[in-house]
Design a protein around this ligand. Structure first.
Ligand code: ADP
Ligand code: MG
Length: 690
């Protein structure tokens, strides 16, 4: 197991000063164990001979050369030494920028080990980046495969190598196997000791491959094990069984002007089953914007309300919370549900009585913002917590709400579709519900890409829509221009004036962004919602959840400044009614090809899952909204996208281990403890009941 001595802080290691330790800390290296799992980015193979004649097929040369001649180019201070060398196959030139002293160290006739990057330049085979060592019995850095580590701060390759080497010399004996023996046998893995050594200083590239095979698997295996454990742990809690008849819910459905989609129905069934279980629910509901998640959540709350419990629905912004409250009122008040709304802006005159009623159990469903988890908010019987756009809240914030109830059922919702590889990794996939198909009758939004300079065309198209009585959003990356005048970025304030005065003088426009007071934001949104305001110039505040069916145009300028998931969310603001809707993505002239590819994804895909899969391919998992906080995906050796096969295998093994040896998950398992310590806490690790 990971012995305690591996927790030895690097700052206490000999030869590592405090400023160097700071740089190590920045790279995530605090302890000996962190050094051990600091994965090389690549290797310099100074073992296998690659002669000069291999260029240009290869750039990396590793050979033994004899010094043939010296020469200088340039004058004065710019004078640069050139050393002419030859090995058995060819000749080459070492260009010694700032290293003229090498002339004496490398006299004509002497032989040297040489490792360097070579290119043909000016008809010569040249290298400016090379390393040499006098040829002889003791080749020092030569004859080895050297690790190349990712550097940051003042980290230096050579110092890092030395640190790793020193650490391995002292601590390698303490490294023990972590995997269950059966798995080591099954895959014929090398020992962990060998793997750790070989990943830093492999004797051959084959050995390194074997080492990585173990280290990647190990990482993914424990990742899966903890994910599975998480999912099991909260669910293992016992609670009183409740009986749900669903009769109020059925009434609500009959009152709807439409019928539920098959996906909505099956998600409601899953939730109902969870709610009837003797273990609390801990479920993630994913579905694209407008797929009908909120409705499902309201209907699910009816299950609980009918059984005599209270529900809380938390949304990330006041705007959104209010909109949910209004929709809930329309749907639920006719059924006799007692609703309340709470945000930081509710005055104490109202707040006092509201909190009292909540505590007495006179409110069935409370909808609100962060204000819901403040400490004076108490419930009589909180049994169901819904968190909308769950990734917009911190873990601790969510937990403080959960802890207001006695093992409440938990429904986390997100409109940021998370690729399956990731939900699998974080949520073990055990309790993820997905609404895939949007309600019928929605036409996919038509998306146009437009280069800056062609805005007039876009504005004209929008005007046509306005003439039909529709409304439009214009979204900008910044509120105002003070700080970014130089970048030539359009901003919401300036464009609001321009759109109002020059482009659409005959229509009523408004400006909305996060700096406005909440009351003002709300009144603007209400006016927009009623159709009095036709055009909103905005920042991405309109990103989440705003629902105005009559808005058919979404214009996003400097679209390249937004993440794809943000663009997807923004686009989801239109196309919510029966009319054809449009999104115009306007991008800067100097957008790179990759940037254009990303925007094309928006044009070619309309469902969020495909978009996030594509985005993931381009950007890597760390960047995906909703998973960033998990920090969890900062793997040292494995890559959940490239190593999906290993991930799948590790997952199968983790599940079957749990069946055959549940003891492996016990808290006294040192390996697991070590892994857990490296993962940020999740809800169920911190719930007071857990
Ligand atoms: P989400 O929370 O997933 O963004 P909502 O629940 O807010 O989606 O639903 C978006 C809009 O679609 C709302 O106006 C809602 O009334 C409507 N809606 C929900 N379910 C259906 C359905 N089955 N058929 C038609 N419209 C629906
Ligand atoms: Mg929503």
């Amino acid at each position: 197991m990971f012995a305690d001595e591996l927790k030895f802080p690097v700052i206490d290691l000999k030869g590592i000063g405090s400023s160097y330790a700071k740089s190590l800390a920045k790279a995530g290296i605090l302890t000996v164990a962190d050094i051990i799992r600091y994965a090389p980015r690549s290797y310099e193979n100074r073992k296998d001979i690659v002669p000069l004649s291999s260029v240009p097929d290869k750039r990396e040369v590793n050979t033994v050369v004899e010094i043939v001649a010296h020469d200088f180019v340039g004058y004065g201070k710019k004078k640069t030494l050139k050393i002419f060398v030859r090995d058995e196959t060819s000749t080459g030139v070492l260009v010694c920028f700032g290293r003229n002293f090498l002339k004496n160290k490398m006299p004509v006739g002497k032989r040297f080990f040489l490792y360097g990057q070579f290119d043909y330049r000016y008809g010569e085979l040249q290298s400016t980046q090379f390393d040499t060592e006098e040829y002889g019995e003791n080749p020092g850095h030569f004859g080895l495969i050297l690790p190349v580590y990712p550097l940051s701060g003042n980290l230096k390759q050579n110092v890092l190598r030395k640190a790793v080497k020193a650490v391995l010399n002292t601590y390698l004996p303490s490294v023990e196997d972590q995997l269950p023996a059966a798995l080591i046998r099954k895959y014929n893995f090398p020992s962990r000791k060998d793997a750790v050594r070989a990943v830093h200083f492999p004797k051959s590239m084959g050995e390194r491959h074997e080492a990585l095979r173990l280290l990647k698997y190990e990482e993914l295996f424990f990742l899966q094990l903890t994910a599975v454990r998480r999912a099991f742990k909260y669910k293992k809690e016992k609670r009183e069984i409740r009986k749900i008849t669903g009769s109020i819910m059925k009434k609500a459905v009959l009152l709807l002007p439409f019928s539920l989609t098959p996906d909505q129905i099956s998600v409601l069934k899953e939730i109902r089953k969870d709610m009837e279980s003797e273990n609390p629910m801990y479920r993630l509901l994913q579905g694209d914007v407008g797929s009908g998640k909120t409705l499902v959540a309201f209907l699910a709350a009816l299950f609980i309300i009918e059984a005599g419990g209270q529900s809380a629905f938390m949304a990330p912004t006041e705007l959104l919370a209010r909109q949910h409250a209004e929709n809930a009122a329309k749907l639920l008040e006719p059924l006799g549900v007692r609703l309340a709304f709470l945000s930081g802006n509710i005055k104490s005159k109202q707040r006092g009585p509201l909190l009292k009623a909540l505590k007495k159990g006179e409110i069935d469903l409370i909808i609100g913002t962060h204000a819901l988890f403040t400490s004076d908010v108490e419930f009589k019987k909180l049994e169901f917590v819904i968190v909308d756009e769950q990734h917009k809240f911190g873990v601790m914030q969510r937990i403080s709400l959960f802890n207001k109830g006695e093992k409440p059922d938990i429904l986390l919702m997100t409109a940021t579709p998370i690729p399956r590889t990731i939900t699998m990794t974080i949520f073990a996939d055990l309790d993820v519900s997905v609404i895939k198909t949007a309600p019928e009758g929605r036409k996919p939004v038509i998306t146009h890409l437009s280069r800056m300079g062609n805005e007039e065309k876009v504005y004209r198209a929008v005007k046509e829509e306005l003439k039909k009585g529709h409304q439009a959003y214009f979204v900008y990356p910044r509120i105002s221009s003070e700080s970014n005048a130089k970048e030539g970025l359009k901003d919401a304030e300036r464009m609001f004036r321009y759109l109002t005065n020059d482009v659409f003088p005959e229509y009523r426009t408004a400006l909305i962004h996060s700096k406005l007071p909440d009351t003002e934001k709300i009144s603007i949104m209400q006016n927009f919602s009623r159709g009095e305001i036709k055009i909103l110039a905005a920042t991405s505040v309109v990103e989440v959840g705003v629902d105005v069916k009559n808005a058919t145009c979404m214009v996003i300028e400097h679209a390249e400044r937004f993440g794809l998931s943000a663009l997807h969310q923004l686009r989801g603001r239109v196309g919510r009614g029966p009319d054809q809707a449009y999104t115009f993505l306007i991008y800067s002239e100097d957008l790179s090809d990759v940037g254009k590819e990303r925007l094309k994804i928006m044009m070619n895909y309309s469902d969020g899952f495909s978009i996030s899969e594509e985005d993931l391919k381009i950007r890597g998992p760390g960047q995906l909204a909703g998973t960033r906080q998990s920090g969890f995906l900062k793997l040292n050796f494995a890559d959940i996208i490239r190593d999906t096969d290993i991930l799948n295998q590790a997952r199968k093994d983790a599940l079957s281990l749990l069946k055959t040896d549940p003891g492996f998950l016990r808290a006294d398992n040192g390996v697991l403890r070590d892994v857990l310590e490296r993962c940020p806490p999740f809800e169920d690790d911190l719930l007071s009941s857990g």
